[in-house]
Design a protein around this ligand. Structure first.
Ligand SMILES: Cc1ncc(C[n+]2csc(CCOP(=O)(O)OP(=O)(O)O)c2C)c(N)n1
Length: 374
């Protein structure tokens, strides 16, 4: 396995000192090492992977140095536009190193949302004419980086490292800020689900939120047809929920979102808020200030004002809560509000060690969900 310090030092020795990306579970150890060791202003956890490429382009233009952009392969799609229409050598020709966590690598067991993405990851890179190397446990990191840097500079465009599962040695984040709210995300999920009516529709976000919704239904002895689990497409949960709310105006549609997810495509709030005839859209953001599902790397969720953003985007109710009783009261107001309602619930990061994964396939989920919507 590759030691995170060795990898980081090999990067900095080659002049790479600007890091940006969106965290990935396969890369969580190296992301944590970068968080602890790079100066804060030179390590930007971006809103989405496309924004990371933007930051890298700007950094390169101003410094002439090669930046590193890290991401999960699910987020590679977010980079296609800035790579092909700005960084590519047919346009401005901007060199940079992309470090991509390879979820769903063929032959490696993974969740449904990673399978096709993993299968086509190499083909996508080839189609984009991006040179790459596959990096795994036994890779000689010095020669991998020499070749990567020589190529990105010579070609004048991005170069990728496709990183296999289990490549990096474990590294635990030291600069970890703990918050002290009464609940964690699962506690909030339970409060919300318990307070919903029989006909209410749930759309839950990517990562552990959806897994907790699924497990809470099991614990209650319920089935899963009320919940659409947005297992992939991080950041698009509220748009999926809005699409349903537009079609089903006589049913409450409750979007269970995450801070990282909202921030990823925050522009959607502006569109949601302007759906002036809708009375049934309930947007709940469970804010733990972190990308908890992939390693707990910080978001700016605790530094920003979600309530103010939702208000200014046109949501007709916008509140925040963290104490159980206050959450229950505000959930009551939210569910009875006629408009586009928003509730931020602040919680601590962290999850149960034994949190399971949905035992229904996405297609089974879809069929039951569509039946429930009828
Ligand atoms: C486009 C994209 N980028 C990255 C990921 C990897 N990923 C899955 S869940 C997650 C964190 C989500 O954070 P947040 O919405 O705050 O929810 P939390 O996990 O903290 O509950 C990330 C980065 C992904 N699935 N899709």
């Amino acid at each position: 396995m590759i030691d995170t310090a060795t990898f980081y030092n090999a990067l900095t020795a080659r002049g790479i000192d600007f890091f940006t990306g969106v965290p990935d579970s396969l890369l969580k150890d190296i992301c944590a090492y970068i968080s602890d060791n790079a100066p804060a202003e030179r390590h930007i956890i971006a809103a989405n992977e496309g924004a990371s490429v933007g930051l890298a382009v700007g950094s390169y233009l101003a410094s002439g140095k090669i930046p590193l952009v890290y991401m999960q392969n699910s987020g590679f799609g977010n980079t296609l536009n800035p790579i092909l229409s700005i960084a590519d050598d047919a346009v401005y020709g901007i060199p940079m190193l992309l470090m991509i966590g390879w979820r769903g690598e063929p032959g490696v067991k993974d969740e449904p949302q990673h399978l096709r993405q993993g299968e086509v990851s190499e083909e996508l890179l080839k189609a984009m004419q991006i040179s790459y190397q596959i990096v795994g446990q036994g890779s000689d990191i010095e020669s991998v980086l020499d070749k990567a840097l020589e190529t990105t500079i010579r070609q004048g465009k991005p170069y990728a490292l496709l990183v296999r599962k289990g490549t990096f040695e474990k590294y635990k984040l030291k600069n970890d800020k703990a918050s002290s709210f009464p609940l964690d995300r699962e506690g909030a999920v339970k409060l919300i689900i318990d307070q919903l009516g029989e006909e209410d529709i749930v759309v839950s976000t990517t990562g552990k939120t959806s897994r907790e919704v699924f497990e809470h239904r099991v614990a209650l002895g319920q089935t899963h047809e009320k919940d659409f689990l947005t297992v992939g497409a991080m950041g698009h949960t509220s748009s999926i929920a809005m699409g349903i709310a537009i079609e089903k105006t006589n049913r409450n549609v409750v979007c269970l979102d995450g801070d990282g997810s909202v921030i990823m495509h925050m522009g959607s709030l502006a569109i949601n808020g302007m759906m002036k005839n809708l009375k049934n859209f309930k947007h709940i953001v469970i804010n733990n200030g972190a990308h908890d599902s992939v390693g707990g790397q910080p978001t700016v969720g605790f530094d920003m004002d979600f309530v103010g953003v939702a208000k200014s985007c046109g949501y007709t109710m916008s509140e925040t809560a963290s104490e159980s009783d206050d959450i229950k009261d505000k959930l009551d107001v939210l569910m009875n509000h006629s408009g586009r309602a928003f509730l931020e619930i602040r919680v601590n990061k962290g999850a149960r060690e034994d949190l399971g994964r949905p035992t229904k396939t996405p297609k089974e989920n879809k069929v039951a969900f569509q039946e429930f919507l009828k």
